[in-house]
Ligand binder design. Structure first.
Ligand code: SF4
Length: 64
């Protein structure tokens, strides 16, 4: 699975706080970065949790 962060992300930082192994808040570019192009299978459950936890649903499955 691949993730994308939508432009309307409000940079609350929750995804990095809870899943810092997957998300990184790049304060230089003011963007949330996904650390993996392809989410490792062992992190897929956490990635799905992060999608559900994002209050404004800014984390999406990316289309190939
Ligand atoms: S939890 Fe959602 S709104 Fe908050 S920084 Fe992550 S992607 Fe953006």
């Amino acid at each position: 699975m691949k993730l994308e962060i939508k432009d309307y992300c409000i940079r609350c930082g929750l995804c990095e706080d809870l899943h810092g192994d997957i998300f990184h808040f790049n304060h230089d570019t003011d963007e949330i970065e996904v650390k993996y192009d392809e989410i490792p299978s062992e992190k897929e459950e956490a990635a799905k949790k992060a999608m559900a936890e994002c209050a404004i649903t800014a984390i999406y499955l990316a289309r190939d």
